[in-house]
Design a binder for this molecule. Structure first.
Ligand SMILES: Cc1cc2nc3c(=O)[nH]c(=O)nc-3n(C[C@H](O)[C@H](O)[C@H](O)COP(=O)(O)OP(=O)(O)OC[C@H]3O[C@@H](n4cnc5c(N)ncnc54)[C@H](O)[C@@H]3O)c2cc1C
Length: 405
């Protein structure tokens, strides 16, 4: 009997668990999923929670029920350390031996990169987690009562840039619906060398499309900028520029979680795990890593650092590739799964419409001309995908990644 341990219960961990169990019966493998959060949260919908159009309860569910139904043991504990030489995982409550280990622990928000980037340690807001998003939602309600200038953007070294654009355009739309947009000057500040770079080197005509959207919505934007400090009423840039703001939402750079960073030999200095094409650790036997926890270099050097994005869609593809490798080892035989991540597909919510982007491969130069399309139908599709994903995930089923998000 093979003993498989998965750490993380989000897109990477859950996809791995469902895929492994689909192909390995309980007689072939025991599967244990350890996560510090007992709920799965559909993270791409967090901007809607901040806007007040979703409650957290609508986009989350308890992991225990669907996992137990699939005969995957769910353990609600926090990883403390991995000893890959002894094939042992230590949590805050216990120890687990493994034959195969899959790490899908996501990120740590490196808020300390910018002085004042909170929300719990400073005045700047963020939406990288559920508590931060709920706090931002409260700050937004206050803004609607007492309007003033807003700064939205990303800190130097950020990689999760798409949500900053979504929040920006959703906020613009919300303010217009409340007839107060004329009382809220909005500035977008980004380390990207051009609008729509998003850590992927841009995608087809996305730059022109976003620039047009920013211009027609009277949103001031600044590229290649380094935010250095956030105060109660300003956002400060390196060039001694001070932008007034009563509310700021700044996406931080990310690092790996501290338990991984402190596990000897597994990660790079940022706490991310270097892997090969099958998402196998380069140093540890039978250890895999998928999702945001994976180390990936930026596409190129930029005047202000911008890191490579690791989206939910990519995370699912990584999980499928890693799983297929584990299954071929457990069952014997050749791994038939393609070992390259084929595409990044996503839909950006622009408030009154959606923008669909598909790039393949993810890193330039690209074989295919990126596909960019805009319209209300994409917003409808994004909302439908959220429902479809949650409906299936709650029932122990995976939504095929080819759909894109
Ligand atoms: C606001 C926002 C909007 C986004 N929108 C999109 C989008 O529209 N489309 C898209 O494709 N992607 C989007 N993304 C990116 C997507 O959410 C991530 O790629 C995805 O969540 C990564 O999944 P993951 O499994 O790697 O890690 P995470 O989702 O970060 O989950 C980490 C898991 O590890 C667990 N964990 C962490 N530390 C420990 C520990 N010490 N012990 C045990 N368990 C631990 C957590 O409980 C959690 O279950 C968005 C991200 C954000 C923040």
């Amino acid at each position: 009997m093979t003993n498989i341990v998965i750490i993380g219960g989000s897109f990477g961990g859950l996809t791995t668990a469902y895929e492994l169990r689909r192909k390995l019966s309980p007689h072939q493998a025991t599967i244990t999923l350890i996560a510090k959060d007992k709920e799965f949260i559909f993270v791409p919908s967090l901007p809607w929670v901040a806007m007040g159009s979703r409650k957290l309860s609508q986009i989350s569910f308890d992991l225990a029920k669907p996992l137990n139904q699939k005969q995957v043991r769910f353990v609600h504990e926090t990883l403390v350390q991995i000893d890959h030489e002894k094939k042992k995982v230590t949590t805050d409550k216990s120890e687990y031996q493994y034959d195969f280990l899959i790490i899908a622990t996501g990120h740590r928000s490196a808020n300390e990169a910018v002085e004042g980037l909170g929300p719990f340690g400073g005045p700047g807001h963020s939406l990288m987690s559920a508590p931060e998003t709920e706090e931002l939602g409260t700050a937004l309600k206050n803004l609607l009562q007492d309007p003033g200038p807003v700064v939205i953007g990303c800190a130097p070294g950020a990689s999760c840039i798409g949500p900053a654009y979504e929040f920006l355009f959703e906020l613009d739309h919300l303010l217009r619906r409340n007839d107060i947009r004329h009382r809220v000057p909005i500035t977008f500040v980004t380390p990207e060398p051009f609008v729509g770079h998003m850590g992927m080197g841009g995608a087809g005509t996305i730059r022109q499309l976003l620039e047009n959207c920013l211009d027609e919505r009277d949103i001031t934007y600044m590229v290649s900028k380094e935010i250095t400090k956030i105060t109660k009423d300003t956002v400060e840039l390196k060039e001694a520029i001070s932008i007034p703001s009563v509310l700021s939402m700044i996406i931080p750079p990310l690092g790996g979680i501290s338990a991984i960073a402190s596990s000897p030999g597994l990660s790079n200095p940022k706490g991310f795990i270097p892997v090969d094409d099958y998402y196998r650790s380069l140093v540890a036997d039978n250890v895999y890593c998928v999702g945001v926890a994976v180390a990936m270099p930026p596409v190129s050097e930029t005047p202000v650092p911008v890191n490579f994005p690791k989206t939910g869609h990519m995370t699912e593809q990584m999980a499928v590739i890693a799983t297929s490798d584990i299954i071929s080892k457990v069952k014997g035989g050749r791994n038939r799964e393609e070992n390259t991540m084929l595409a990044a597909r996503c839909v950006l919510d622009m408030g009154d419409k959606g923008v669909y982007m598909s790039v393949s491969p993810v890193r330039p130069p690209r074989n295919k001309i990126p596909s960019i399309s805009e319209g209300r139908r994409w917003l409808v599709a994004k909302k439908a995908f959220e429902r479809l994903y949650l409906f299936n995930a709650r029932r122990g089923r995976r939504v095929p990644t080819t759909l894109g998000w």
